[in-house]
Design a protein around this ligand. Structure first.
Ligand code: SF4
Length: 249
Protein backbone atom coordinates (compact mmCIF):
# COMPACT_ATOMS: atom_id res chain seq x y z
CA UNK A 1 0.00 0.00 0.00
CA UNK A 2 1.38 3.36 -0.99
CA UNK A 3 0.25 6.69 0.43
CA UNK A 4 1.47 10.25 0.67
CA UNK A 5 2.19 11.90 4.01
CA UNK A 6 3.12 15.59 4.01
CA UNK A 7 4.11 15.36 0.34
CA UNK A 8 6.29 12.22 0.55
CA UNK A 9 5.37 8.67 -0.42
CA UNK A 10 5.45 5.84 2.15
CA UNK A 11 4.87 2.14 1.91
CA UNK A 12 2.32 0.87 4.46
CA UNK A 13 1.44 -2.60 5.71
CA UNK A 14 -2.12 -3.93 5.60
CA UNK A 15 -3.90 -3.43 8.92
CA UNK A 16 -1.56 -0.65 10.02
CA UNK A 17 -2.96 2.66 11.30
CA UNK A 18 -1.81 6.05 10.09
CA UNK A 19 -0.16 6.66 13.45
CA UNK A 20 1.81 3.39 13.26
CA UNK A 21 2.99 4.16 9.74
CA UNK A 22 3.97 7.68 10.75
CA UNK A 23 5.87 6.47 13.83
CA UNK A 24 7.68 3.84 11.76
CA UNK A 25 8.89 6.62 9.47
CA UNK A 26 9.78 9.12 12.21
CA UNK A 27 6.94 11.49 11.37
CA UNK A 28 5.92 13.25 14.54
CA UNK A 29 2.22 13.18 15.41
CA UNK A 30 1.55 14.16 19.03
CA UNK A 31 -0.65 11.92 21.15
CA UNK A 32 -1.42 11.18 24.78
CA UNK A 33 -3.50 8.03 24.65
CA UNK A 34 -1.41 6.07 22.13
CA UNK A 35 1.16 3.57 23.33
CA UNK A 36 3.03 0.94 21.36
CA UNK A 37 1.56 -2.47 22.09
CA UNK A 38 -1.97 -1.16 22.68
CA UNK A 39 -4.72 -0.63 20.16
CA UNK A 40 -5.46 3.03 19.44
CA UNK A 41 -8.10 4.56 21.70
CA UNK A 42 -8.86 7.72 19.68
CA UNK A 43 -9.58 9.53 22.91
CA UNK A 44 -7.22 12.44 23.39
CA UNK A 45 -7.70 13.68 19.79
CA UNK A 46 -4.23 15.21 19.68
CA UNK A 47 -3.32 12.93 16.78
CA UNK A 48 -5.87 14.47 14.39
CA UNK A 49 -4.68 14.64 10.77
CA UNK A 50 -6.27 15.57 7.46
CA UNK A 51 -6.93 12.79 4.97
CA UNK A 52 -7.63 13.53 1.27
CA UNK A 53 -9.47 10.77 -0.53
CA UNK A 54 -10.32 11.73 -4.11
CA UNK A 55 -12.10 15.09 -3.89
CA UNK A 56 -13.01 14.69 -0.24
CA UNK A 57 -10.99 15.83 2.75
CA UNK A 58 -11.74 14.72 6.29
CA UNK A 59 -10.21 15.03 9.72
CA UNK A 60 -9.49 11.71 11.45
CA UNK A 61 -7.75 10.40 14.57
CA UNK A 62 -4.60 8.85 13.13
CA UNK A 63 -4.26 6.28 15.98
CA UNK A 64 -7.45 4.48 14.92
CA UNK A 65 -7.54 5.23 11.18
CA UNK A 66 -6.48 2.26 9.03
CA UNK A 67 -4.28 3.21 6.10
CA UNK A 68 -5.69 3.12 2.58
CA UNK A 69 -3.91 2.91 -0.71
CA UNK A 70 -3.56 6.20 -2.60
CA UNK A 71 -4.80 8.61 0.09
CA UNK A 72 -2.96 11.79 0.95
CA UNK A 73 -2.35 12.70 4.57
CA UNK A 74 -1.39 16.06 6.02
CA UNK A 75 -0.33 16.04 9.65
CA UNK A 76 0.39 19.73 10.12
CA UNK A 77 -1.97 21.86 8.01
CA UNK A 78 -3.21 25.19 9.41
CA UNK A 79 -6.58 23.60 10.12
CA UNK A 80 -4.99 20.70 12.05
CA UNK A 81 -2.65 22.98 13.99
CA UNK A 82 -5.58 25.19 15.01
CA UNK A 83 -7.59 22.16 16.20
CA UNK A 84 -4.59 20.71 18.04
CA UNK A 85 -3.95 24.03 19.79
CA UNK A 86 -7.56 24.19 20.96
CA UNK A 87 -7.28 20.68 22.41
CA UNK A 88 -4.02 21.58 24.15
CA UNK A 89 -5.65 24.70 25.58
CA UNK A 90 -8.46 22.58 27.06
CA UNK A 91 -5.92 20.17 28.52
CA UNK A 92 -3.99 23.07 30.01
CA UNK A 93 -7.15 24.48 31.56
CA UNK A 94 -7.79 21.11 33.20
CA UNK A 95 -4.22 20.42 34.38
CA UNK A 96 -2.54 23.86 34.62
CA UNK A 97 0.40 22.63 36.70
CA UNK A 98 1.24 19.40 34.92
CA UNK A 99 4.77 19.53 33.50
CA UNK A 100 4.02 17.37 30.46
CA UNK A 101 1.01 19.47 29.43
CA UNK A 102 2.82 22.72 30.18
CA UNK A 103 5.68 21.66 27.87
CA UNK A 104 3.22 20.66 25.16
CA UNK A 105 1.51 24.06 25.45
CA UNK A 106 4.89 25.79 25.24
CA UNK A 107 5.83 23.78 22.14
CA UNK A 108 2.62 24.88 20.39
CA UNK A 109 2.62 28.43 21.77
CA UNK A 110 -0.65 27.87 23.63
CA UNK A 111 -1.69 30.17 26.47
CA UNK A 112 -4.88 29.40 28.39
CA UNK A 113 -7.10 32.14 29.87
CA UNK A 114 -6.44 32.31 33.62
CA UNK A 115 -10.08 32.83 34.55
CA UNK A 116 -11.09 29.39 33.28
CA UNK A 117 -8.21 27.47 34.90
CA UNK A 118 -9.03 24.47 37.06
CA UNK A 119 -8.91 25.50 40.70
CA UNK A 120 -7.71 22.04 41.69
CA UNK A 121 -4.00 22.76 41.33
CA UNK A 122 -3.08 19.12 41.86
CA UNK A 123 -5.06 17.74 38.91
CA UNK A 124 -2.75 15.81 36.57
CA UNK A 125 -5.15 13.40 34.88
CA UNK A 126 -6.18 14.20 31.30
CA UNK A 127 -8.68 11.29 31.16
CA UNK A 128 -6.93 9.67 28.20
CA UNK A 129 -7.90 6.21 29.50
CA UNK A 130 -4.54 4.59 28.83
CA UNK A 131 -4.27 3.37 32.44
CA UNK A 132 -7.69 1.70 32.21
CA UNK A 133 -6.63 0.04 28.96
CA UNK A 134 -3.38 -1.20 30.54
CA UNK A 135 -5.23 -2.72 33.49
CA UNK A 136 -7.81 -4.27 31.18
CA UNK A 137 -5.01 -5.74 29.02
CA UNK A 138 -3.40 -7.21 32.12
CA UNK A 139 -6.78 -8.81 32.77
CA UNK A 140 -7.48 -7.48 36.24
CA UNK A 141 -9.89 -4.60 35.41
CA UNK A 142 -9.26 -3.01 38.77
CA UNK A 143 -9.82 0.59 37.61
CA UNK A 144 -12.27 2.30 35.28
CA UNK A 145 -13.67 5.70 34.29
CA UNK A 146 -16.36 6.73 36.75
CA UNK A 147 -18.87 9.62 36.91
CA UNK A 148 -19.75 11.98 34.09
CA UNK A 149 -19.08 15.53 32.97
CA UNK A 150 -16.78 17.59 35.15
CA UNK A 151 -16.62 14.91 37.87
CA UNK A 152 -15.43 12.18 35.49
CA UNK A 153 -12.28 10.46 36.76
CA UNK A 154 -10.36 7.19 36.82
CA UNK A 155 -10.87 5.25 40.01
CA UNK A 156 -11.34 1.93 41.75
CA UNK A 157 -14.93 0.82 42.55
CA UNK A 158 -16.37 3.30 45.11
CA UNK A 159 -12.85 4.78 45.49
CA UNK A 160 -12.05 1.88 47.84
CA UNK A 161 -8.85 -0.16 47.86
CA UNK A 162 -9.61 -2.57 45.03
CA UNK A 163 -9.32 -6.27 45.83
CA UNK A 164 -8.63 -6.92 42.13
CA UNK A 165 -5.56 -4.69 41.98
CA UNK A 166 -2.31 -6.65 42.03
CA UNK A 167 -0.09 -3.60 42.35
CA UNK A 168 1.73 -4.32 39.09
CA UNK A 169 2.12 -0.61 38.37
CA UNK A 170 1.27 -0.93 34.66
CA UNK A 171 -1.31 1.86 34.96
CA UNK A 172 1.23 4.28 36.45
CA UNK A 173 3.88 3.22 33.94
CA UNK A 174 1.79 4.08 30.87
CA UNK A 175 0.30 7.31 32.19
CA UNK A 176 1.67 10.13 29.96
CA UNK A 177 1.18 12.84 32.59
CA UNK A 178 2.34 10.79 35.61
CA UNK A 179 -1.02 11.31 37.28
CA UNK A 180 -1.10 7.99 39.16
CA UNK A 181 0.65 7.92 42.49
CA UNK A 182 2.90 4.86 42.94
CA UNK A 183 5.22 4.90 45.92
CA UNK A 184 7.89 2.23 46.41
CA UNK A 185 9.48 2.56 49.84
CA UNK A 186 11.08 0.19 52.36
CA UNK A 187 9.93 -2.94 50.54
CA UNK A 188 6.33 -1.73 50.18
CA UNK A 189 4.38 -0.35 47.24
CA UNK A 190 1.46 2.02 47.75
CA UNK A 191 -0.94 2.42 44.84
CA UNK A 192 -4.70 3.00 44.56
CA UNK A 193 -5.12 3.14 48.37
CA UNK A 194 -3.50 -0.28 48.85
CA UNK A 195 -0.16 -1.27 50.31
CA UNK A 196 1.63 -4.28 48.82
CA UNK A 197 4.76 -6.14 49.88
CA UNK A 198 7.46 -5.97 47.22
CA UNK A 199 9.63 -8.95 46.34
CA UNK A 200 13.29 -8.90 45.40
CA UNK A 201 14.95 -10.08 42.20
CA UNK A 202 16.76 -13.34 42.96
CA UNK A 203 19.84 -12.18 40.97
CA UNK A 204 20.44 -8.52 41.75
CA UNK A 205 18.47 -8.32 45.01
CA UNK A 206 16.53 -5.24 43.93
CA UNK A 207 12.85 -4.88 44.93
CA UNK A 208 11.00 -4.94 41.63
CA UNK A 209 7.41 -6.21 41.83
CA UNK A 210 4.64 -7.20 44.21
CA UNK A 211 3.96 -10.73 45.39
CA UNK A 212 0.49 -10.53 43.84
CA UNK A 213 1.80 -9.40 40.43
CA UNK A 214 4.48 -12.13 40.43
CA UNK A 215 1.96 -14.91 41.15
CA UNK A 216 -0.62 -13.42 38.80
CA UNK A 217 1.90 -13.43 35.91
CA UNK A 218 2.88 -17.04 36.70
CA UNK A 219 -0.75 -18.18 36.68
CA UNK A 220 -1.52 -16.25 33.52
CA UNK A 221 1.47 -17.65 31.66
CA UNK A 222 0.62 -21.06 33.09
CA UNK A 223 4.23 -21.73 34.04
CA UNK A 224 5.94 -21.92 37.39
CA UNK A 225 8.79 -19.47 37.73
CA UNK A 226 10.44 -20.43 41.01
CA UNK A 227 12.89 -17.55 41.13
CA UNK A 228 11.67 -13.99 40.68
CA UNK A 229 13.79 -12.07 38.16
CA UNK A 230 13.60 -8.36 37.33
CA UNK A 231 13.43 -7.29 33.67
CA UNK A 232 17.10 -6.18 33.61
CA UNK A 233 18.33 -9.54 34.93
CA UNK A 234 16.00 -11.44 32.60
CA UNK A 235 17.48 -9.57 29.62
CA UNK A 236 21.03 -10.14 30.88
CA UNK A 237 20.47 -13.87 31.38
CA UNK A 238 18.84 -14.25 27.95
CA UNK A 239 21.83 -12.44 26.39
CA UNK A 240 24.29 -14.74 28.20
CA UNK A 241 22.33 -17.84 27.09
CA UNK A 242 22.41 -16.66 23.45
CA UNK A 243 26.15 -15.99 23.73
CA UNK A 244 26.72 -19.51 25.09
CA UNK A 245 24.74 -21.04 22.21
CA UNK A 246 26.56 -19.02 19.56
CA UNK A 247 29.98 -19.83 21.02
CA UNK A 248 29.19 -23.54 20.71
CA UNK A 249 28.25 -23.22 17.01
S1 SF4 B 1 -1.51 -1.53 39.60
FE1 SF4 B 1 -3.61 -2.29 39.93
S2 SF4 B 1 -4.88 -0.80 38.84
FE2 SF4 B 1 -2.79 -0.51 38.07
S3 SF4 B 1 -2.67 -1.83 36.21
FE3 SF4 B 1 -1.90 -3.06 37.96
S4 SF4 B 1 -3.71 -4.14 38.67
FE4 SF4 B 1 -4.49 -2.47 37.38
Amino acid sequence: MKLKINGNYYEGKAGETLMELAKRNNINIPSLCHKKGFEGLGRCRLCLVEVKEGHRTKVVSSCVYPIKDGVEVITNSDKILKMRKNIIMLLLLRTPNNEYIKNLAKEYGVVAPERYMNTDEKEDCVLCGLCVKACETMGTNAISMVNRGTTKKVSTPYDDASKDCIGCGACAEVCPTKAISLIDKDGKRIIWNRTFDLIKCSKCGRYYTTNEAFHYANNKLDIIIEEPLCEDCKRKLTGEKFKEVFEKL
